[in-house]
Design a protein around this ligand. Sequence first.
Ligand SMILES: Cc1cc2nc3c(=O)[nH]c(=O)nc-3n(C[C@H](O)[C@H](O)[C@H](O)COP(=O)(O)O)c2cc1C
Length: 214
Amino acid sequence: MTTLLHIKASPRDDGSHSEKAANHFIATLRDRSPELAVTGIDIWDTDLPNFDGALLAAKYARLAGQPFTDEEARAWSRIEAMVRTLDAADIVLISTPMWNLSIPYRLKHYIDLVAQPGLSFSFSPETGYTPLLRPRPVVAILASAGDFSAGLSWGRPDLATPYLREALKFIGLVDAEIVPVGPTAGKTECVLAAAARAARALDDLSARFTGEGA
Ligand SMILES: Cc1cc2nc3c(=O)[nH]c(=O)nc-3n(C[C@H](O)[C@H](O)[C@H](O)COP(=O)(O)O)c2cc1C
C-alpha cells in the first residue's frame, strides 16, 4: 500500500486554490492507485510546540553531543513523533499559499520543528551536513495571486520556491516538484488558465509516480 502525507498550509475553509489543486492530484493518484492511503496534517489545526525552552535546549544539547535532561527528552519525543509521521509517508504533498513573498509562518514553524539533528539531518565538521530522510516523491503546490512564470510578478520575487526546495533537500526530501498555481487573482481567463496548467503538471506527476509516465 502506498501512503501519502498531505501537509495543508492554507487556512481558507473555502476557495483555497492550493488545496483544490492538491485534491485534484490526490484524486488522479487514487484513480491510478486505488489502494493509496492518504493522511493529512492541517498545520493550522495542529498543535505545533513553541520552539523555545526545553525543546530549544534539547536541540543545542543534541548538536553538542550532550545528554538530555528529563524535560528536554520529553520535549524531544514530540518532535521525534512528528518526524516519524513525515518519514512514514511514501509520497509527501505540501499545498501552500504564498504569503509575503514566502510561505505562511505556520508552515515555516512545522519545517523548523522537523528539521532536527539526529532525526532528519546530521552534521560533522569532517563531512558537513548529511540529510537523513530517504528520498521519495515530493510535491509542493504553491498558490499565489501573482504569476511568477516569467520571473518577477509586479516587481516582486518568489522566495517560496527556492526556500521550499532547499529546506526539503536539507532533510533528504530531494528533488521536490514545486507546482505553481498562479495567478489566482485578476482576469478570470488567466486564473482559469493557471489552474489548468497546474492540473496538467500534477497529472504528469501522478502518471510518473505510478509508473505510467515518462
Ligand atoms: C497574508 C497574505 C500574503 C500574501 N502575499 C502574497 C505575495 O507575496 N505574493 C502573491 O503573489 N500573493 C500573495 N498573497 C495572495 C495569495 O498567495 C493567494 O490568494 C493564494 O491564492 C492563496 O492560496 P490559497 O488560495 O490556497 O489560500 C497573499 C495573501 C495573504 C492572505
